[in-house]
Design a protein around this ligand. Sequence first.
Ligand code: F0G
Length: 460
Amino acid sequence: MSKKYFAEPFKIKMVEPIAVLTDEERLERIETANYNLFSLNSDDVYIDLLTDSGTGAMSAEQWAGIMRGDEAYSGARGYRNLVKSAQDIFGYEYIQPVHQGRAAEKVVMPILLGPGKFAISNMHFDTTRAHVEIAGARALDCVVEEALDTTTHYPFKGNMDLEKMESLIKEHGAENIGVIIITVTNNSAGGQPVSMENIRETSKIAKKYGITVLIDAARYAENSYFIKEREDGYQDKSIKEIAKEMFSYAEIFTMSSKKDAIVNMGGLIGVKDDSDLFENVKANTIPYEGFISYGGLAGRDLEALAIGLQEGIDYNFLKYRIGQMEYLAERLAEGGVPFQTPAGGHAIFVDAKKLLPHLKYYEFPGHALAVELYKEAGIRSCDIGSYMIGNDPDTGEQLDAGFEFTRLAIPRRVYTQSHLDVVADALIAIKDRADQVPGYKIVWEPKILRHFTAKLEPIK
Ligand code: F0G
């Protein structure tokens, strides 16, 4: 077995100590947190894989940009640098900063959608779905069937099911489909990529029916890397060339820049051409996010984002990053731990349904494994399964998500191979005593987005 990934293409200049608690301390902390990982203090976490969003390490160049930041209300230097940097990658004429991804969704969705309308996506991220619904519309997911079988090695499990998409357009009427959203990579399916061919074909069908195509670009650089590695005809193209082609098939994008642009806070909206769309984006941005030249961000943040965008498409960085996922995946496969294969771009989705077959969906296998991982080694992860999906809004009944994942999201440029070994060793140790892992029951929950604040207890 190749016990290595492409080494970190950076060296460490500044370090942040992390706590190593005893077994007893961790048991006490998780009980006090009512077995909710969101309620833990981060000081009590050894390896934090809760999310890859806003948790990356900025470079020396980005920190230098922070110091150079121009805090002018209007026309700041950082804004101009950001627009230039983003235009260079995406090839879009209009670039609008906002404070994070969901802010971009809040600005854009009411422009494209309204009551009676539908958004179709390979898969909506939960905030995207929320903003579709807040705009009065309904969100329809349309991912290929291959995504649902975690054991098969399909190279583009994030793809849109084109036939299903076209039949949904016919069923609801093209005039009622406000937008087609392509999420790259497909986070909810396990950080799985979407092929260029699939993006091109999606765009062709959308054009035929006169429907706007939007890219949810949070992890576009990782998606571009997968296209380069896996799709015929792209091996000799640069990440930037691939990204430009991807975006040429859409009219607009929203982006959480907290992922592939490696900033702790930030987001973007891009509009391809001079159009009403951009005027509407501006009109919504000013009341929601602030003046167009800062969009909810400090001047210094604009500068860090301008630099981070370029660092995020560096081939060696992406090779190292995806290599980390592949390394962890290889160790887990070797140890017999089931997960969504192949490895995703930003995370490994451990298949808790398979690992803990004695737990029913209403005993929350994905959450049970996440708690166990904290108890075992101080690792924080999260449930992507029935615990997160919650209750049917009409009946109040617990929904069966169909999949039960524990997501190990890897922050960018933060952890080393040794940390990944701790994660693999802990999961393998849990696998060996999997039948003793208890399920959980909720003893208190709020009405919406309950997984952030619910209180739980192990089932005796
Ligand atoms: N779109 C996708 C695909 C995302 O993964 C996220 C966030 C957003 C939009 C919203 O962006 O957080 O900047 O407002 N995903 C994070 C995660 C939270 O942990 O996967 P945001």
